[in-house]
Design a protein around this ligand. Structure first.
Ligand SMILES: [Zn+2]
Length: 198
């Protein structure tokens, strides 16, 4: 990878041999491997048996999970907050496991919609809840740094399954509890569409 990065620097008009760039290929390789380390992660290892039987059927919420991901169209960061809720059927998962699941899927090349859906699908698979809701709010540097559609560089995506899909009161309770910075209605694919064509 380091040879490719040296070549990239030269293509950009830089001198890869100059002092400030001498260790850049090594650093970039290390950074990129970390930022895409989600490909190698195993969800079962992360859950590691932290599933507990409970007699509890109220909403469980983990909100304001910071995440950093990379847009697969431009290899530029998008980042923000992820909010997750589920209603247990008979099992709950250790709360610390949810941010780790978010890391697994965000540390890959992504689009925001897929990231949102993968988090929801994984929780649904593992916990088998009565419902799961995931909302992701993110700023996309591929748009804001390049001056494209500045007003839309912030995007909100959501995945609502089970009770959160079927019951508007449950959904509203969740949305009220996370108090979105922007209105969820109408948000969705703006980010992907705006950056994919440019
Ligand atoms: Zn992009």
């Amino acid at each position: 990878m380091q040879d490719l990065i040296r070549q990239l620097l030269a293509e950009l008009g830089e001198d890869p041999g100059r002092e400030g760039l001498q260790n850049t290929p090594k650093r970039v390789e290390k950074a990129l491997k970390f930022l895409t380390s989600g490909y190698d992660a195993n969800i079962d290892d992360i859950v590691n048996g932290a599933l507990f039987s409970v007699d509890y059927s109220e909403m469980v919420i983990v909100k304001d999970i910071d995440f950093y991901s990379m847009c697969e169209h431009h290899l530029l960061p998008f980042f923000g907050k992820c909010h997750v809720a589920y209603i247990p059927s008979n099992k709950v998962i250790g709360l610390s496991k949810i941010p780790r699941m978010v890391d697994v899927f965000s540390r890959r090349l992504q689009v925001q919609e897929r990231l949102t859906n993968q988090i929801a699908a994984t929780i649904s698979d593992i916990v088998r809840p009565l419902g799961v809701a995931v909302v992701v709010e993110a700023t996309h540097l591929c748009m804001s740094m390049r001056g494209v559609e500045k007003q839309n560089s912030f995007a909100v995506t959501s995945a609502m399954q089970g009770a959160f899909h079927d019951n508007s009161r449950t959904r509203m309770e969740f949305l009220e509890l996370i108090r979105l910075r922007s209105n969820i209605r109408g948000a969705g694919s703006a980010a992907e569409l705006a950056c994919a064509d440019e």
